[in-house]
Design a protein around this ligand. Structure first.
Ligand code: PMP
Length: 407
């Protein structure tokens, strides 16, 4: 009791950065340590009042911009009405119904039943279990250089040994094939429960498959009774110039995975399938997949407001054009390639060192970008979809200026 009052006093002597390093678990030894106090639209403001343009939308999350007023209002209204009532799946909760129905309304007919979770990794976990149960098979096919999340199941699907090796043993019976490589489709057989694929690969450095490849994959899965699972956690909800990435390829999955951008900044994920496939989780045993916070009412209200905002503000219609503007402006001998679709882009340099030096210089100039987990020589460009052409020009000028200064 003698020391009551001492700790808070001591803490107040430390800066927020020091407190962050002391009390919050770290994911690397070199966090950026930028200290933001406010975010609005495509901008974030640090503790010294400096304004930063967010060119990565919190890694593909803030598609409608930070603190979109419609989303904020929906969050406030729902928080005042009710928050958590019961674990997912027991009570009839209007925000969950409204969001699930709105998703079904914008999706193909077979994607009519949504299971809400709290993150992308959880959506992956749910889909892995669903595929095993529905097909009574255990084998799964995933892709080299894929990223599906950080939980054990999701990590088991990751196509990069560097990030997995320290956590083995992981799940068995998972094979990895080359992305966009037709001959490897022969590895999908009547023993395969599911193929997990990012419709457009994100952390691989934005890799867009050919239409023919995804259509052949669909055909192979149908022939072998394998569930085709599209991970659109990063590429969904308008990011690529269509509401869903698969619309570019005229291919429909059996299970669709969403998270990140669908909550407008609130945590929520979803795996979506047909009522028929989804029904296997409710019996033998009952409660085949349960979650306390999945479909949190406030997150669902935010999700519905996000979807409505994308639709009513017609945010998807200009995404292709805006992406093209980045591609047109970002031309420089040091830029090897600008890859991607819509506002899901990768700018490739010759090395990680060059890329990192440019990224760091851009941050000093108030532009936030980063690199990709499996492609460290490429710079990520994935701004909120509301970015204007003027802002794109301003961002590109700063990037080009820094390339000139560094290369
Ligand atoms: N799938 C993809 C394609 C992702 O990009 C991510 C996150 N970067 C995940 C899954 C995992 O999502 P979360 O971090 O919400 O678990």
């Amino acid at each position: 009791m003698k020391y009551v009052g001492w700790k808070p006093y001591f803490c107040s002597m430390l800066t927020q950065r020091q407190l962050f390093l002391k009390y919050n678990a770290q994911t690397s030894t070199t966090p950026l340590l930028l200290e933001f106090v406010k975010a609005k639209g495509i901008y974030m403001y640090d503790v010294d009042g400096k304004k930063y343009m967010d060119l990565i939308a919190g890694i593909g999350v803030s598609n409608v911009g930070h603190c979109h007023p419609t989303v904020v209002e929906a969050i406030k209204n729902q928080a005042e009405t009710y928050m958590h009532l019961m674990v997912y799946g027991e009570f009839v909760q209007t925000p969950q119904i409204n969001f699930a129905k709105a998703l079904a309304d914008v999706l193909p007919a077979n994607l009519n039943c949504t299971y809400f979770v709290s993150s992308g990794s959880e959506a992956i976990e749910g889909a892995m279990k669903l595929a095993k149960r529905y097909t009574n098979r255990t084998a799964i096919i995933a892709y080299k250089n894929s990223y599906h999340g950080s939980t054990h199941g999701a990590l088991s699907l990751m196509g990069n040994e560097e990030f997995k090796q320290a956590y083995r043993p992981l799940l068995p019976d998972i094979a990895f094939i080359n992305f966009n490589h037709l001959p490897d489709l022969d590895q999908i057989t009547t023993a395969t429960a599911a193929v997990f694929i990012e419709t457009i690969q994100g952390e691989a450095g934005i890799r867009v498959p050919s239409i023919g490849y995804l259509q052949a994959l669909r055909k192979k899965c149908t022939e072998t009774g394998t569930l085709l699972i599209f991970d659109e956690i990063q590429c969904g909800f308008g990011r690529t110039g269509k509401m869903f990435g698969f619309e570019h390829f005229d291919v429909v999955p059996d299970i669709l995975l969403l998270a990140k951008g669908i909550g407008g900044g609130m945590p929520i994920g979803a795996f979506i399938s047909s009522k028929e496939i989804m029904s296997v989780l409710s019996e033998n045993p009952i409660l085949g997949h349960i979650t306390t916070f999945g479909g949190h009412p406030v997150s669902c209200a935010a999700g519905l407001a996000t979807l409505n905002t994308i639709l009513t503000e017609n945010l998807v219609s200009d995404v292709e054009k805006k992406g093209q503007l980045f591609k047109t402006l970002l031309q420089h001998p040091a830029i090897k390639q600008v890859r991607g679709k819509g506002l899901m882009l990768a700018v490739e340099f010759d090395s990680y060192e060059t890329n990192k030096a440019i990224i760091d210089a851009c941050i000093v100039d108030g532009i936030i970008t980063d690199w990709f987990l499996h492609c460290s020589k490429s710079m990520r460009i994935a701004p909120p979809l509301i970015i204007t052409e003027e802002e794109i020009k301003e961002a590109c000028n700063i990037i080009l200026k820094n390339i000139d200064a560094i290369v």
